[in-house]
Design a protein around this ligand. Structure first.
Ligand SMILES: C[S@@+](CC[C@H](N)C(=O)[O-])C[C@H]1O[C@@H](n2cnc3c(N)ncnc32)[C@H](O)[C@@H]1O
Length: 481
């Protein structure tokens, strides 16, 4: 049986304890501590229980247990008696009324069990063996007791006093974590545990004033689409972000990993279609700045507020991702930037499509180029790009696909060279259009491709078909056996 540890607020809630001996007394002390409204039923009670009654902490009904004593307005019933069959009766009555029940030393008659408790209020440690060995739980409690300073509660008191002050002067979660770790092993902690709370607060405030409130920026590669392709380091950065800036190429599922109080900023860069229709992120906006300049500005403003800003970028931040521009803009302001690499669209897309970007007998190198520069650029060395035995991956090449593929042929790459367009690579909505340099463009137009796409040119783009043929041949050989 697995019991979920929960801490229960019982203040003012009605609880019934059946039994009046030492076992009942031990449970009663906890219920009194929790400020429950307690009634005890027992023919005789321990003098200590009587004292609790006299102090107004509980009421006593001196009689044998009767099932009607368990009513639905109770939140908890405890049976702490060894009188024969009473615990069974208590359990049945509690179940009928839907009330939580604990019968001491009768795990099979418990819907809740008491842990062994290490009490350093407000720090409480609860140990349980799920009812299998209360003795072992108590031994474990003893081991933990030895390691926890008696005055640990004072530390919690110190943290409680300074909590909101720390939150407002150190906006970054990382800075707060670092601050508290430092405080808990500092003179302030010693002062608190010696009971000099004012001195402890003064010491901690001094540390707070000198604590670093510098912000930072992390450029995180989110991978090409499939959220599982992010790195562990990238995921951890998302989890610790105070501010998370994202755009359309990063999978929104990744935002779910952020803290609940993270500030999400959609920097809304367009996908390829919209960017073409409305002009690229280089185009000046009414404000006179480009979208990229506005993103840089927001990154810097947030970091200067002392926050940890995570900029989530599709693929890898440094592959056609303008990560370099963001890095330089932040460096100009003296802001620390960390780069977490991601899987770029070429690598993720090729792997998911079963295309090795290099292959010993077909392609000795791979080049990543942008369709923008290839389509519009002057000084493009077309003969170089058209050389055989290399793989070309063209990002953002959808709009100019006809021109790009034609120029490669004109520059000498064979018109029958295999080529493929991968749309929405690594996502469930992915599509692949396979062809050759002389027919891929028309196939792509026919397929009405619109999503983010890369084009892979080279003999390696023919490998998925070869693989398929080999599987089919192997299958027919097996079928013929
Ligand atoms: C601004 S670039 C960003 C590239 C990104 N930094 C990377 O490393 O993959 C955007 C282009 O990357 C390509 N791209 C990004 N994600 C893709 C995907 N899931 N499938 C195909 N192409 C993708 C497309 O060519 C798209 O137009």
């Amino acid at each position: 049986m697995f019991y979920l540890p929960l801490f229960h607020r019982l203040a003012g809630s009605s609880c019934l304890v059946v039994g009046g001996g030492q076992t009942a007394l031990r449970k009663l002390r906890w219920l009194v501590r929790a400020e429950a409204k307690i009634k005890v039923i027992a023919p005789e009670v321990d003098p200590e229980i009587q004292k609790l009654r006299d102090a107004g902490k509980l009421t006593i009904e001196k009689c044998l247990f009767y099932p009607q004593a368990v009513s639905a307005n109770l939140v908890l019933v405890i049976s702490a008696t060894d009188a024969p069959n009473v615990s069974e009766e208590v359990f049945v009555a509690a179940m009928e009324q839907g009330v939580l029940v604990n019968c001491v030393d009768r795990t099979e008659l418990c819907t809740v069990i008491f842990p062994a408790i290490i009490d350093r209020f407000p720090i409480l440690v609860a140990v349980s063996s799920m009812g299998r060995s209360p003795t072992l739980s108590r031994s474990v409690r003893g081991w933990i007791e030895l390691r926890l300073p008696n005055a640990l509660g004072q530390l919690a008191e110190l943290a409680g006093r300074l909590r909101s002050e720390v939150k407002s002067s150190l906006p970054s979660v990382d800075a707060r974590k670092a601050f508290w770790e430092e405080v808990f092993s500092s003179k302030a902690a010693d002062e608190a545990m010696y009971g000099s709370m004012d001195a402890a607060v003064a010491e901690a405030e001094k540390m707070m004033a000198s604590a670093s409130s510098d912000g930072s920026i992390v450029l995180v590669g989110a991978g090409p689409g499939d959220p599982e392709l992010i790195t562990l380091k990238g995921l951890r950065a998302i989890q610790s972000a105070d501010v998370l800036m994202y755009d359309k190429l990063a999978n929104p599922a990744l935002l779910e990993y952020a803290r609940r109080d993270v500030e999400l900023i959609d920097v809304g860069k367009k996908g390829p279609r919209e960017a073409v229709k409305e002009g690229s992120s280089d185009a000046a906006r009414p404000s006179g700045t480009t979208m990229q300049q506005e993103i840089n500005q927001t990154l810097i403003e947030q970091a200067l507020k002392g926050k940890k800003v995570v900029r989530l970028k599709g693929g890898d931040p440094f592959i056609f991702g303008r990560g370099g521009e963001e890095l330089l803009a932040a460096a100009e302001q003296g802001i620390a930037v960390e780069i977490v690499p991601g899987i770029t669209a070429a690598m993720g897309g090729a792997s998911y499509a079963g295309i090795p970007l290099t292959h010993r007998h077909m392609s000795q190198s791979v080049r990543f180029v942008t369709g923008h520069s290839v389509e519009h650029g002057v000084n493009i060395d077309w003969p170089e790009l058209a050389k055989p035995e290399q793989t070309l991956v063209i990002y953002m090449g959808l709009v100019g696909i006809e021109k790009i593929l034609q120029r490669l042929v004109d520059a000498g790459r064979g018109s029958e060279t295999p080529a493929v367009l991968l749309e929405n690579a690594t996502l469930p909505s992915h599509r692949e259009v396979f062809g050759r340099l002389d027919n891929l463009a028309s196939k792509v137009r026919e397929a009405e491709i619109e999503g983010p796409s890369i084009i892979i040119v080279g003999e390696v783009a023919g490998i998925p078909e070869q693989v398929q043929n080999l599987y089919t041949a192997a299958q027919s050989t097996t079928d013929n056996l």
